[in-house]
Design a protein around this ligand. Structure first.
Ligand code: ADP
Ligand code: ZN
Ligand code: ZN
Length: 726
């Protein structure tokens, strides 16, 4: 009897064996294709698993095997390369394969819903109809005509038959004679068409030429903001479509999908499917299905779209590849950027990673010759790269975090009919509430973190665990009313700007103000209508958005990033400042950038501002190499969360003892940077290895030890390969 080996979403790192469901004979079971979903009993539940292989034997004795309940699909729902990608990812990230595979499905399909098949009902000749001798239906000319039509076209929808003048009585008669039958066939999209794009600059043309659509190769498209990377993507998409293939474009944020979709639909008359977590389940399934069936020519999406099956893949693009959003930070911790490269290899198609500020990993891959390094050095048209003016704010009075220098520069731009963008990466009114009389500070009772003051909402909120409490009227410690907001968040800067620039619109862009679906797109429309205004926001503002009217960018406070404890801090700082600065002067108007700091002479800042991101990144790479840190060394993090720090650390110490790291190195157990979060204590063990292979050996041992450890069942632990935070 063939055995169905299923991946099921459980934390167990194994497959589960079942007998074929009742009613499915051995031969049909043996020919089932991997990627089919199968309904099966699992404990007291029924679960939807994914068929990974059909085997002729099982380690489980035959008498103990249960039959599966039902095969849900008639054809695999996941393409073979995506199935392979899932297996590869499960190995690489040492994550249970069942959980990895379910990441490849939209929610509804994960639960066993029937797939919203992208098919249409058509009529065709039955075997008997095909064998009908010539002239057999002489006495029924209408029926003969319908048969004739199907003979010529092989299959037609009822609509097109009706349009040819056939009626349902004729159809009925032929059906009764068993001469025709109904079947499903995939919807065929109209062939895509496109408008001519602008003439590419020599650099853009060279980049397009370098990307050969005939097979796998990875490319870094490295160009400052406004240098025309997106135009290069569009040209490559056009080439993929012209070759009858599909293109997959990954972007870091939901907010960027409508913008890119808009630009694509201006250029292409084609089916564009958007895949991201902001969609309702139904829309997501439809988009996913359009990608899989091949009806969608272009698929854009965030992180998880890297698992979307494609019928005819031809190109994969990862825009803003340096962005940390490509890394999933909980559950199945994968890097969609890295998986995109693996996927391109499995599909044998080119992949393009684009950025103005490439990650050190990607730069190093380019230096080592693993990726082709394509550069766009000039901005398109007249748009010049802005210089950065440092505003030394030491001893300057600040209002809502804004110096008078910056405020008057904003005023001048508004008077000239321009727009200003102000960046402050802290939402809320103030990051700290402090009692002036006794020094009390409002902390989160569940985390080692301060509560943020949200004044409009009249609340204190924890940005780490979501805890909220009403704003106290008196100090909980001494009863004083002298409670002061310390530090500045976007809400406070907004109120200062509102006072000063009452006659202008001020748009605050942060997670609090942009909660509604479509809020970002609506805002972009308003801003890009061109009225003079101020955009004030957090990191949300810095990603890829194009604001042609912005001529002044102000960075209110990036000082904290100069002193990050994380070894990736300087890399992130350089990317952030460069990306924010890049929002200025993208169109014909020249831009200006002002950076407020208390540390105008900080060496990192000086290198970045005087020599630019590329040189800065090279310097950071040299430092990483010296310290054998990624991308030169390989890193993993095993984190434990428990009711006490002690038990988390003891568990990790046990793992450390149980492993022989070889040429790798284990650091810890150490308390996590934020020791207590959401009421749980966190500790971690870092592994640093000279090669991927030795990191993998270490990971295998650690996972094994963690699974064997009795303590491991009482606490939560997780493994992060290539962690972004450490
Ligand atoms: P990036 O993606 O690098 O930020 P874009 O592709 O968005 O850059 O290009 C910036 C601006 O320049 C856009 O308005 C775009 O339409 C325009 N542009 C890009 N390439 C060309 C070109 N070859 N000719 C004319 N305009 C171009
Ligand atoms: Zn007090
Ligand atoms: Zn908290």
């Amino acid at each position: 009897m063939p055995i169905l080996r299923l991946a099921i979403a459980t934390p167990l790192r194994r497959l589960f064996d079942y007998l074929p469901p009742a009613g499915l004979d051995g031969d049909s079971a043996a020919s089932l294709a991997p990627g089919n979903r199968v309904l099966a009993p699992f404990g007291s539940r029924r679960v939807c698993g994914v068929l990974v292989e059909v085997s002729d034997s099982s380690e489980v004795p035959e008498g103990k095997l249960k039959p599966a309940l039902e095969v849900l699909d008639s054809a695999p729902l996941v393409s073979a390369p995506v199935l392979e990608l899932c297996h590869w990812a499960a190995e690489y990230y040492r994550h249970p394969v069942g959980e990895v595979l379910t990441a490849a499905f939209p929610t509804g399909l994960r639960k066993g819903k029937t797939s919203a098949n992208d098919t249409e009902t058509v009529w065709r000749l039955s075997a008997r109809g095909k064998g009908l001798p010539e002239g057999a239906l002489k006495s029924a000319p209408r029926q003969a005509e319908l048969l004739d039509a199907l003979q010529r076209e092989s299959a037609l929808t009822w609509d097109s038959l009706k349009a040819r003048g056939h009626n349902s009585a004729t159809r009925r008669a032929l059906l009764d004679k068993g001469l025709i039958e109904q079947t499903q066939r995939p919807l065929t999209p109209a062939p895509p068409a496109w408008r001519e794009g602008p003439t590419l600059s020599p650099e853009q043309a060279a980049a397009v030429d370098a990307v050969d659509g005939s097979g796998f190769a990875a490319h870094l498209l490295h160009g400052v903001t406004g240098s025309g990377k997106t135009e290069v993507y569009l040209k490559l998409v056009e080439q993929a479509l012209a070759a009858g293939r599909q293109a997959l474009l990954l972007v870091p944020e939901i907010g960027l999908t409508p913008q890119l979709a808009e630009r694509l639909s201006q250029r292409f008359d084609a089916e564009i499917a958007a895949l991201h977590s902001g969609l309702a389940d139904g829309a997501r399934e439809a988009a996913w299905e359009a990608a899989r069936s091949g009806r969608a020519h272009i698929v854009i999406g965030t992180r998880s779209a890297v698992f979307a099956s494609l019928a005819r893949p031809g190109l994969i693009v990862v825009d803003e590849e340096h962005d940390a959003s490509f890394k999933q930070q909980d559950g199945f911790r994968y890097s969609a950027r890295d998986l995109a490269v693996k996927r391109a290899q499995l599909e044998n198609v080119p992949v393009v990673l684009g950025s103005a500020t490439p990650s050190l990993e990607t730069l190093q891959n380019a230096h080592a010759g693993r990726y082709r390094h394509l550069r766009l050095t000039a901005r398109i048209g007249d748009a010049r790269l802005p210089g950065v003016d440092i505003v030394d704010v030491r001893r300057l009075p600040l209002k809502g975090g804004l110096s008078e220098n910056l405020l008057s520069a904003v005023a001048a731009e508004l008077d000239a009919g321009n727009q200003a963008l102000l960046f402050l990466n802290r939402r809320g009114y103030a990051p700290t509430l402090q009692c002036h009389d006794c020094g009390f500070i409002a902390d989160c009772r569940h985390c080692d973190a301060r509560l943020t003051l949200h004044r409009a909402a009249g609340e204190l909120r924890c940005h780490h665990c979501g805890w909220r409490e009403p704003l106290p009227q008196r100090c909980p410690s001494c009863g004083s009313r002298a409670l002061n907001a310390r530090g500045v968040g976007t809400e406070q800067a907004e109120s200062v700007l509102n006072e000063r620039f009452a006659e202008h619109s001020i748009y605050r862009v942060d997670r609090d103000s942009m909660q509604k679906r479509g809020a970002m797109a609506a805002l972009m429309n308003k801003v890009n209508s061109g009225e003079p205004c101020i955009l004030l926001g957090t990191q949300m503002l810095t990603k890829g958005h194009h604001f042609p009217g912005v001529t002044l960018v102000g960075l209110l406070d990036t000082d904290a990033s100069l002193f990050s404890a994380d070894f990736r801090g300087p890399e992130r700082m350089g990317q952030l400042i460069t990306q924010v600065a890049g929002r200025a002067g993208r169109a014909e108007r020249p831009g200006r950038v002002m950076l407020q700091t208390h540390y105008p002479d900080h060496p990192l800042l000086r290198t970045l501002l005087e020599r630019g991101y590329d040189d800065y990144a090279e310097q950071l790479l040299a430092e990483r190499q010296q310290m054998a840190l990624p991308p030169f060394g390989q890193l993993l993090m095993l984190r434990a969360e428990a009711a006490s720090l002690d038990s988390a650390e003891q568990f990790l110490a046990g793992l450390r003892q149980a492993t022989a790291p070889g040429d790798a190195q284990l650091i810890g157990p150490l308390p996590a940077p934020m020791q207590r979060r959401g009421g749980r204590f966190r500790a971690q063990l870092l592994g640093l290895a000279p090669t991927r292979a030795s990191l993998q050996r270490l990971a295998v041992q650690l996972v094994h030890a963690a699974e064997e450890s009795p303590a491991g069942k009482r606490l939560r632990w997780s493994l992060d390969i290539d962690p972004l935070e450490s």
